[in-house]
Design a protein around this ligand. Structure first.
Ligand SMILES: [Zn+2]
Length: 194
């Protein structure tokens, strides 16, 4: 076992990340510090303007720009939502993937809602004392979840989809922190446009 002394690249605070952490917040200067094979580096993150003051949590999401081209979308006859599907994917879409350690079912619900609603994320300067949970998902693993979300959206249209083939192009991932409130056993995101 290798023991590494990890320090914040900005303020030199000793850091103790968990085994699966990819990005953590420095407890001293509150910067986001990314941990990878190349070592530690500061990662620029954006806080999204909340619709309520002092949200109880800030949740990290990887945000990508996605282009989906539907190649085959077959239904079991009857009504087909193919035109609706093509129209939806005709534009470049932002894809938002929960990056903290959360249940897959929860991640899918949040990611699907965000992809369907396409809220415009407005950045705000880091609120004082705002903390966020460690990022447990590497950006390249977020991409796997995107497939799940695309299939979930297409299966949810008002027809009986049988077969789906598409091309996906994703680029420029960035880490955003979305303000949130816990309602029962789910998160409500406190941002405009949802
Ligand atoms: Zn620091």
């Amino acid at each position: 076992m290798k023991l590494l002394l990890l320090r914040c690249p900005k303020c030199n605070q000793a850091l103790s990340p968990g085994q699966d952490d990819r990005v953590i917040q420095c407890p001293n200067c509150h910067e986001a510090v990314s941990l990878d094979e190349g070592g530690l580096r500061l990662l620029p993150v954006q806080y999204v303007t909340p619709i309520q003051p002092r949200p109880e949590a800030w949740l990290p999401f990887w945000v990508y720009r996605g282009e989906v081209t539907i190649q085959v979308r077959e239904t079991q006859g009857g009504h087909s939502a193919q035109d609706e599907a093509r129209a939806f994917w005709a534009k470049t879409r932002f894809v938002y993937i929960p990056a903290w350690s959360c249940e897959l079912a929860e991640a899918r619900v949040l990611a699907t809602k965000l992809l369907e609603k396409q809220p415009l994320l407005m950045a705000v300067s880091p609120p004082e004392g705002a903390t966020f949970p460690p990022v447990a998902l590497a950006p390249e693993d977020g991409r796997k979840l995107v497939d799940l979300v695309i299939v979930s959206i297409e299966a949810g249209r008002r027809d009986w989809m049988e077969k789906l083939k598409y091309d996906l192009r994703l680029d420029s991932e960035a880490l955003w922190l979305l303000p949130a409130r816990r309602d029962g056993d789910e998160w409500s995101l406190l941002i405009k446009g949802l």
